[in-house]
Design a protein around this ligand. Structure first.
Ligand code: TXA
Ligand code: MG
Length: 338
């Protein structure tokens, strides 16, 4: 199969929509990361997505919609879910809700809930409208790899495996949507993203963050969201996180530096690493989120053996960045001050 990279004009979006309607798989940009889209109501099309990604069948997909009315046939929308939809859709929030029978088990991996999100990216919106279907779309990376934030990243992972990639340039947010479980008694975040716990609490009051955001779930133990259990975001290089004051962190990293290491540091601390191979995570958590997956893929291309990274404060988007970094590092964080 030849994978065609398409400029995202209206004609290409219509071609991509025809492909999805007839059971095919198309990669498309969203404001978070690129998605691998198929007809979410067609089990055969959904299986093709799992196959292209080599994704374990027990890890469910998100259904993408372009208008709130499209959620009604798919799930039971609670009052709080409607309030959150008003506040954050279109945008990087995915809600887990009790599913209706029309949603196939292939999409939800047999779970009673379905993940629903309304992306903000205009190309994603046009594509969903043109299909007039809920599009099941996981991130468009090969399973376990960092999510793709450019069309080239998708091509690197998916060439020969899918029909089309719609090129919409780099994704604005850079990390995947917030996954919020709205099916239990207290709204709970299973995956932090650009819609923060603070923002959700402001709108509906209580919002919990699952405790395994920053720690590993033992193999075979229960995970409220299957994605928590799977190896994720991993660059090929070994990843090491170092926490502490910037000077102490830099001292630690430099004294443990080996040939083949690459360093990730916040822009304000780059000067501490003069003479070492260091890349900037940017000025703040927002820029770090935008660059993170790009940097993980680039350091791989450079043949990095290890990536040594600073940590970020856990608030706002920092929580999402730290969750991805910690998972890439298999949750090992070294304290520089000790
Ligand atoms: O930003 C995003 O969410 C991107 C773009 C393409 O929209 N999509 C994305 O999908 O990141 P994916 O499949 O890579 O991540 C979806 C996560 C997985 O961790 C999965 O386990 C979880 O959501 N999930 C999906 N449905 C679920 C359900 N019914 N119950 C619990 N977790 C669910
Ligand atoms: Mg993913």
């Amino acid at each position: 199969m030849h994978t065609e990279l398409l400029k995202s004009d209206d004609a290409s979006i219509l071609r991509a929509a025809e492909c999805i309607k007839s059971g095919g798989v198309v990669a498309f940009p969203t404001e978070t990361v690129y998605g691998l889209g198929a007809n979410g109501l067609n089990p055969a099309a959904v299986h093709a997505v799992f196959a292209a990604k080599e994704r374990p069948a027990d890890n469910p997909l998100i259904l993408h919609i372009s208008r709130l009315e499209e959620a009604e046939p798919l799930c039971f929308l609670t009052e709080d879910a409607k309030i959150l939809a008003k506040a954050f859709w279109p945008g990087p929030l995915t809600m887990l809700l009790k599913k209706k029978p029309i949603v196939p088990d292939a999409t939800t991996a047999g779970l009673e809930t379905v993940a629903i999100r309304m992306p903000k990216h205009p190309i994603a919106q046009k594509l969903i409208s043109a299909c007039a279907l809920p599009i099941a779309a996981p991130s468009a990376n090969r399973s376990g790899r960092p999510s793709p934030t450019t069309a080239q990243h998708v091509l690197d992972d998916m060439a020969g495996r899918i029909d089309f990639i719609l090129d919409g340039g780099p994704c604005e947010v850079g990390v995947e949507s917030t996954v919020l479980d709205m099916s239990g008694s207290v709204p709970t975040i299973y995956r932090p993203g650009a819609v923060t716990p603070e923002q959700i609490s402001m709108v509906i009051g209580e919002c919990k963050v699952a405790d395994n955001i920053m720690k590993d779930i033992p193999k075979d133990a229960y995970a409220p969201s299957p994605g928590m259990r799977h190896k994720h975001y991993a660059p090929k290089a070994e990843m090491l996180l170092v926490n502490g004051k910037p000077e102490k962190t830099a001292e630690f990293i430099k004294s443990n530096y080996r040939e083949g290491d690459y360093i990730l540091a916040m822009q304000g601390n780059i000067y501490l690493y003069e003479g070492y191979p260091v890349a900037s995570l940017g000025e703040d958590a927002k820029q770090a989120a935008h660059r993170l997956f790009y940097l993980l893929r680039e350091t791989d291309k450079l043949g990095a053996k290890r990536i040594l990274s600073e940590t970020l404060p856990y608030d706002g988007l920092g929580l999402a960045v730290m969750n991805r970094l910690a998972r890439a590092a298999a949750f090992r964080i070294i304290e520089a001050d000790k």
